[in-house]
Design a protein around this ligand. Structure first.
Ligand SMILES: NC(=O)C1=CN([C@@H]2O[C@H](COP(=O)(O)OP(=O)(O)OC[C@H]3O[C@@H](n4cnc5c(N)ncnc54)[C@H](O)[C@@H]3O)[C@@H](O)[C@H]2O)C=CC1
Ligand SMILES: O=C(CO)COP(=O)(O)O
Length: 318
């Protein structure tokens, strides 16, 4: 398989965060012939030098790093043409904002593009084929980012619903914890199918309420990422659920995890918001109770199964 699409229009790209995902995205852009600077807070290079004359600044830091990085960048000199790309999947604990909302609030005159999809980094590092989505209100910026990353092994689609794309990637992490627990308990294929289907309905209910387009959740960043993450032991969120079902305690699981499981924090923020806004999130609520140690995995399943019966297609409360 051909692995890249060498460009005659190389861009200068600063990637912030050299964890699993930042490193992988750097590899993809470099393979396409772009000039990539990969920066992390451990680097000796200053952030100002890393972003100097960058056409694109892509953030692949974990959620807890987004506000600190945005704050640091706010005091630096940035070309007015720079496109910001965010690849973080999470919700901010103190403001409940999505990463792109934080980026856009800090840099209102810059285009902000979200990159999200079924993208388990280890598979992409192994040069297996994958697809993703770049979404922005500024279509031309999304097209620029599409060209930077698209190749014969990484197919990139554009989308004009950034909120939907970002929420798909973020909310599926909660369902991945539930899916890991489902598999850890060996509940079977029927249970897993029910969980993913009802999980998608729950994600859509939240997304609708927050202003995203329903259709987006049937795309790569919604259903696509839900399927990838909930069916793969490579997913850190899935691993958290699986190990909880094996009786391990959350602090020990997180201490031994390779990288970040964003779903743990996302569940907490989501359940608080859903409670305030009256959004019915039964699966997320049981994941929340499981993570808090308030319920065993078996009792969480029972609580879901014993809810009031209802029609399948009642969007407000099912
Ligand atoms: N690994 C994957 O397969 C994928 C991950 N993502 C998302 O990308 C984000 C990063 O994921 P990974 O790279 O896997 O995580 P990771 O745990 O491997 O790396 C996180 C990175 O964020 C940086 N960071 C954390 N706090 C920071 C701060 N205060 N200031 C500066 N940098 C800070 C860390 O130094 C590290 O470079 C997450 O939101 C994740 O959900 C999205 C798609 C795929
Ligand atoms: O978002 C991901 C794949 O699309 C990565 O999932 P985890 O963060 O659960 O490893």
């Amino acid at each position: 398989m051909e692995t890249n699409q060498e460009t005659d229009n190389p861009k200068s790209i600063a990637i912030l965060g050299s964890g699993a995902w930042g490193t992988t995205l750097a590899m993809l852009a470099e393979a396409n012939g772009h000039n990539v600077r990969l920066w992390s807070r451990q680097n000796s290079q200053s952030l100002q030098d890393a972003i100097a004359s960058a056409d694109i600044v892509l953030s692949a830091v974990s959620m807890k790093g987004v506000r600190p990085i945005v704050q640091q960048l706010s005091s630096l000199v940035i070309s007015p043409q720079t496109i910001f790309v965010t690849a973080t999947k999470g919700l901010d604990s103190s403001t409940t904002c999505t990463p792109s909302q934080i980026w856009q609030a800090a840099f209102p005159s810059h285009p902000v593009v979200i990159l999200a999809g079924p993208n388990l980094s280890k598979e992409i590092q192994a040069e297996l084929p994958a697809a993703t989505v770049v979404a922005s209100k500024q279509a031309d910026a999304a097209v620029v980012v599409q060209a930077v990353f698209n190749s014969s092994r990484f197919r990139v689609y554009t989308n004009n619903d950034p909120l939907g794309v970002e929420l798909g990637g973020t909310l599926k992490n909660v369902m991945a914890i539930a899916a890991g627990a489902c598999d850890g308990l060996q509940l079977g294929t029927n249970a897993k199918a029910a969980l993913l289907t009802r999980g998608l309905a729950e994600i859509i209910r939240i997304g609708d309420s927050w202003g995203a387009n329903t259709d987006t959740f049937y795309g790569l960043s919604g259903l696509g990422d839900l399927l990838a993450t909930c069916n793969s032991a490579l997913s850190r969120n899935y691993q958290v659920g699986y190990k909880l079902a094996q009786g391990e305690k959350l602090p020990a699981i997180l201490a031994s995890l390779e990288g970040t499981a964003e779903g743990v924090n996302t569940t907490e923020v989501l359940v608080q918001l859903a409670e305030q806004q009256g959004i019915y999130v039964p699966i997320s609520y049981q994941v929340y109770r499981l993570l808090k140690g308030e319920v065993t995995p078996q009792a969480a399943v029972e609580a879901l199964m014993l809810r009031d019966v209802k029609p399948e297609n009642n969007p407000a409360n099912n």
